[in-house]
Design a protein around this ligand. Structure first.
Ligand SMILES: C[S@@+](CC[C@H](N)C(=O)[O-])C[C@H]1O[C@@H](n2cnc3c(N)ncnc32)[C@H](O)[C@@H]1O
Length: 185
């Protein structure tokens, strides 16, 4: 949808444990499938709030963010040993075809999702990989997160993923958010 990118000046707001009520570590890791040999990416990783939660369960985690200052924030916070920060846009990921065993994106899908960017995500995924998306839902109230008119509903998110040649395996609207799990078709 390409609405505004989350401002670095508000990065501290991302470091808020009450955010786990919108999506938990267990949901992300459970849908990805914990694997100490796997390489996964957190797309739009921000301060690494959720990347830190993934790190214990995977071999390597790329923390991908278009804003270099977000990577700097994460470094200053302290990186887990298996996290590699990458300054890059989801539109053009510096990752070979099929190199990722999974990808996650939390509260960022509305900032990057187009058929073209999702085709780029799909390119990087191995055949058995899962793409796990948690984001603010257009069906929410706007109590937290961006204005509702800047959000996707889960049906729109599903359609975008399918247009990019994903099979959507799970799609759920919850209070304020949706959770979607897709696999390369
Ligand atoms: C709302 S923050 C969420 C950060 C993190 N996922 C979390 O839940 O704490 C969105 C982040 O995505 C990044 N971002 C937005 N569009 C992006 C794009 N096209 N490619 C890579 N990163 C992007 C922003 O710089 C920002 O750090």
């Amino acid at each position: 949808m390409g609405f505004h990118t989350f401002p670095v000046e508000r990065a501290d707001d991302l470091e808020d444990i009450t955010r786990f009520r919108f999506v938990s570590r267990g949901e992300l890791v459970g849908h990805l499938g914990a694997d100490p040999d796997a390489t996964v990416a957190d797309l739009g990783s921000g301060t690494g709030f959720y990347t830190d939660e993934l790190a214990p369960f995977f071999g390597t985690v790329y923390a991908v963010d278009v804003q270099a200052a977000m990577g700097a924030y994460y470094r200053s916070k302290g990186l887990p040993g298996n996290v590699r920060p990458v300054t890059a846009a989801v539109e053009s990921l510096p990752v070979p075809d099929g190199a990722l065993d999974g990808a996650v994106s939390t509260m960022t899908f509305h900032e990057f999702a187009t058929e073209s960017t999702l085709t780029e995500v799909r390119r990087t995924l191995a055949p058995e990989a899962r793409f796990v998306v948690a984001d603010w839902s257009a069906a929410g109230t706007g109590e937290r997160g961006p204005p509702t008119e800047e959000r996707f509903g889960v049906s729109e998110a599903r359609s975008l993923c399918e247009a990019a040649d994903f099979d959507v395996q799970f799609a759920q609207t919850r209070p304020e958010t949706f959770l979607l799990v897709a696999a390369p078709a």
